[in-house]
Ligand binder design. Structure first.
Ligand SMILES: Cc1ncc(COP(=O)(O)O)c(C=O)c1O
Length: 437
C-alpha cells in the first residue's frame, strides 16, 4: 500500500514534478489573504490562487450557497433540461458584461470557454451563409488554455511544440511587447498601436472571406503581463469590424474585476463580439467558465438553425447547479463589497510600490495595470527561467506565493487586499532579490 503522503501518484500540471517532490510546497488551508502551509506557516496569497480567488479565501457566503444548493439539487442534466440557478447566473453575468452581450454558454474551465468561443465563431459564420470563414487568428505570446483549439491560437511555444500539428488554418498576430520603447511603463504602454496593423497584412494574405475570428487576451497575462499599447485594441476592433471578422476577448483572467472593472472590455472601452471567462466567476471555488456572446450571434444561431438543436456543443457539467450557486454568491460579494471599485482604488498604490523596485538586482522591467503588476528579471545566460524559479522558491520560504512565467513574476492579489499586504509582497520581493545571484 502506498503511504498517504506518497507524492508520486499525482502527476502535477505545469509543474517541475521531480524538483517539487523533493521539496514540496503544499498548502492545507486558507483564510482571507493567506494560505497555511503544511508546515503551519502563513503564506500570503499574491496570486489570488491562480488569478481566480478575487474575493479572498473561505468566503462564508459562497460556502453556504454551495452547501444549501447541495441539499436542494446536487446535479441536473443541461441537455434538453434546465435548472433555475443556471438561468439566474447567466442573467447576472449579462448585467455586468458589456451592453448587448446577453447570452452565456457555460463551460467548466477557461480552456473549454476558449474552445467554445472558437466553435461558436465558426458555427455563426456558417449559419449566416459564410461558411468559408474558417481561419482563426491568435497572437504570439497569447495564452488561451490547453485545449487543442486554445493551444492552436495560443502563442506560447512550449505549450504547442510537443503536441503535433494542431488546428490547421491558424495564423498569429505579432505580440505587442516592445521592451526597447516601453520598459518601465505604467499602465498601457505608449508605443505599439501599429502592431494591430499587422492584422491588415494577415487579411491581405488570406482574404477576409476565409477568416472567422481574431482572439486575443486584452491584457496578456500568462506570458508575463503585457498590457496592450494605447489605441491597439481599438484598432483591432475597427479592422475586425471593417472585414466582418469576429473579435474574441479571452477574459479568463481579466473578467470579474482584475482591472478594477467587471471586464477588460469595460476598462479599455472596446467591445468584442465574444468574451471567454472563467476563474473569478466562482471565486475559483468550483470550476466554471463561460462564453458570453453578442445578441446578434445568439439570435442568428437561433434564427438560421437547420436543426431543432442550434449548437452541437456542450459539457455534462455546463451550468452545474453547485457551480451556478457558487457563481451567484460570488457575484453578490463583488457587488456588496464593491470589490471591482476597491481594486481600482488600490491599483495606483500597487503601481507605486511595484515601480519602487526599479534599480533592484536583476530587474529589467516593471509593468502594471489594474490590480496586476509584474517584475521582469534578466534571465541567466543559457538558463532562461532559472532565476525566476529560484526567486519563486525564495518567496515561498519567506511566506509569499507568487507566480512566475520564466523570469517574469506576476503579482495578482485577491481584490480584498489592503496596502499592508501589497507592502509585504514587495518588501519580501526586494529582500529575496538581494539574496539570489
Ligand atoms: C487568458 C486565459 N485563457 C484561458 C485560460 C485557461 O483556463 P483554465 O486553466 O481554467 O482552463 C487561462 C488560464 O490561466 C488564461 O489565463
Amino acid at each position: 500500500m502506498k503511504k498517504i503522503n506518497d507524492l508520486e501518484s499525482y502527476w502535477m500540471p505545469f509543474t517541475a514534478n521531480r524538483d517539487f517532490k523533493k521539496d514540496p510546497r503544499i498548502v492545507c488551508s486558507a483564510e482571507g489573504m493567506y494560505y497555511k502551509s503544511q508546515e503551519g506557516n502563513d503564506i500570503l496569497d499574491a496570486t489570488a490562487g491562480l488569478w481566480c480567488v478575487n474575493a479572498g479565501h473561505n468566503r462564508k457566503k459562497i460556502n453556504e450557497a454551495i452547501t444549501k444548493q447541495l441539499s436542494v439539487l446536487d446535479y441536473a442534466p443541461c441537455f434538453q433540461f434546465g435548472h433555475p440557478k443556471a438561468f439566474e447566473l447567466a442573467n447576472r453575468i449579462s448585467e455586468i458584461f458589456p451592453e448587448g452581450m446577453n447570452h452565456v454558454f457555460f463551460t467548466n474551465s477557461g480552456s473549454e470557454a476558449v474552445d467554445t468561443t472558437l466553435k461558436i465563431a465558426l458555427a455563426y459564420h456558417r449559419a449566416r451563409g459564410k461558411g468559408t470563414k474558417t481561419r482563426l487568428i491568435g497572437r504570439e505570446r497569447g495564452y488561451h488554455g490547453v485545449g487543442f483549439g486554445g493551444i492552436s491560437v495560443g502563442g506560447m511555444p512550449r505549450n504547442r511544440q510537443y503536441f503535433g500539428t494542431l488546428l490547421s488554418g491558424v495564423d498569429h498576430l505579432p505580440h505587442t511587447f516592445d521592451h526597447e520603447r516601453n520598459a518601465f511603463s505604467r499602465g498601457e504602454p505608449e508605443f505599439g498601436e501599429e502592431f494591430a496593423d499587422k492584422l491588415e497584412d494577415i487579411i491581405a494574405l488570406h482574404d477576409a472571406s476565409t477568416i472567422a475570428a481574431v482572439i486575443v487576451e486584452p491584457m496578456a497575462g500568462s506570458t508575463g503581463v503585457l498590457p496592450p499599447p494605447k489605441g491597439y485594441l481599438k484598432k483591432l476592433r475597427s479592422i475586425c469590424t471593417k472585414h466582418d471578422i469576429l473579435l474574441i476577448f479571452d477574459e479568463v483572467i481579466t473578467g470579474f474585476g482584475r482591472l478594477g472593472t467587471a471586464t477588460a472590455s469595460d476598462y479599455f472601452g472596446v467591445v468584442p463580439d465574444i468574451i471567454s471567462c472563467a476563474k473569478g466567476i466562482t471565486n475559483g471555488v468550483i470550476p466554471m467558465g463561460g462564453a458570453v456572446v453578442k445578441d446578434e450571434i445568439y439570435e442568428t444561431m437561433l434564427d438560421e438553425a437547420d436543426n431543432p438543436i442550434e449548437l452541437f456543443h456542450g459539457y455534462t457539467y455546463s451550468g452545474h447547479p453547485i457551480a451556478a450557486a457558487a457563481g451567484l454568491a460570488t457575484l453578490e460579494i463583488y457587488k456588496e463589497e464593491n470589490l471591482f471599485e476597491r481594486a481600482s482604488e488600490l491599483s495606483p498604490y500597487m503601481e507605486e510600490v511595484a515601480h519602487s523596485l526599479k534599480g533592484e538586482n536583476h530587474i529589467i522591467d516593471i509593468r502594471n495595470i489594474g490590480l496586476v503588476a509584474s517584475l521582469e528579471l534578466m534571465p541567466r545566460e543559457g538558463a532562461v527561467g532559472s532565476r525566476g524559479y529560484e526567486l519563486m522558491k525564495r518567496m515561498w520560504d519567506k511566506g509569499v506565493m507568487v507566480r512566475f512565467t520564466q523570469d517574469t513574476m506576476a503579482v495578482t492579489p485577491p481584490l480584498i487586499a489592503e496596502r499592508k499586504h501589497i507592502d509585504e509582497m514587495f518588501d519580501k520581493t526586494r529582500e529575496a532579490l538581494k539574496e539570489i545571484n
